[in-house]
Write a protein that binds this ligand. Sequence first.
Ligand SMILES: NC(=O)c1ccc[n+]([C@@H]2O[C@H](COP(=O)([O-])OP(=O)(O)OC[C@H]3O[C@@H](n4cnc5c(N)ncnc54)[C@H](OP(=O)(O)O)[C@@H]3O)[C@@H](O)[C@H]2O)c1
Length: 291
Amino acid sequence: MRGAATPLALIGLGAVGLRLAAAWKRAGLQLRAHSRSRVSREAGRALGLEVGELPAFALEHARCVVICVPAPAIAEVAAGLVPLLARDAARPVVLHTSGGAGLAPLAVLRAAGCAVGSLHPLAAFAPEGPGPPFARVWCAIDGDQDARACAAALVEALGAQALRLRDAPDAALRYHAAASLLSNGTVALASLALELAGEACERPEQARLAFLELLAGNVDNLRERSSERALTGPVARGESATLHAHLELLADRPLAQEIYRALSRQMLALAQRDGRIDAQAALAIARVLEA
Ligand SMILES: NC(=O)c1ccc[n+]([C@@H]2O[C@H](COP(=O)([O-])OP(=O)(O)OC[C@H]3O[C@@H](n4cnc5c(N)ncnc54)[C@H](OP(=O)(O)O)[C@@H]3O)[C@@H](O)[C@H]2O)c1
């Protein structure tokens, strides 16, 4: 693998760590792992991974360490690794897999001479199931120059694609807010819409399938054209009366109504930017949304 710094140590065999470790092992990378719970260590061993009871087992000879623990725990795990760094050996690169934590939680390792960075797979890893196919996943990489190079090689080993973040103080947080808005926001929005659709259709399970196809169609549209051009529906057509009726229907669901209103404001901005509706229609919609 071009430039992949191995042996690799992976700490935290949770939803992300297990999938990454298994994929890197499949790619032929030398890897040792550690997780604090016996259950997670057993899950790793069941996948044929070399898993140790202590972080020192994974860290021995490692040229790169990937910390796959929740953001609030990264600094604690990082601090625990400092005393394990061999005194005379070259310092390993240390990466974490959080999207928004930035590099601050790895400061103690940077102070100890490690290049530090992050490798964030931009995908949803549910606790169960095989996880997303890495060939379709982009991974955001950030950090010190050596850490970025190391992360890029690891992304290549996954068969994934690298998404380089700007070298700006708030880039990681900005990127993560965008990811959360799109990924988790879509799930939250879908839950509201599917509830409504289930009430409207004779067979809610069919409604679910039908509406998920609708969602997939929008993703296809967005692949082909800008958000402005991909927008369809009452706002894009300038139908203020339809909007009014929808908002009235949602009166007994204040949260759904608030979300509908907020999203319609963004739809209005898109429709106006694209010149899809005239000033009069835009004003009528704005009035309905304000009411
Ligand atoms: N899930 C996603 O879709 C996703 C996507 C991209 C990136 N990420 C990022 O990847 C990281 C891991 O997420 P995940 O979904 O894999 O989480 P997870 O399934 O909850 O796994 C977390 C892992 O961290 C370990 N851990 C938790 N607290 C710890 C502590 N205080 N000290 C030591 N180890 C600790 C756990 O060890 P034990 O199991 O041994 O207790 C577990 O292996 C997070 O930073 C997350 O933001 C997640």
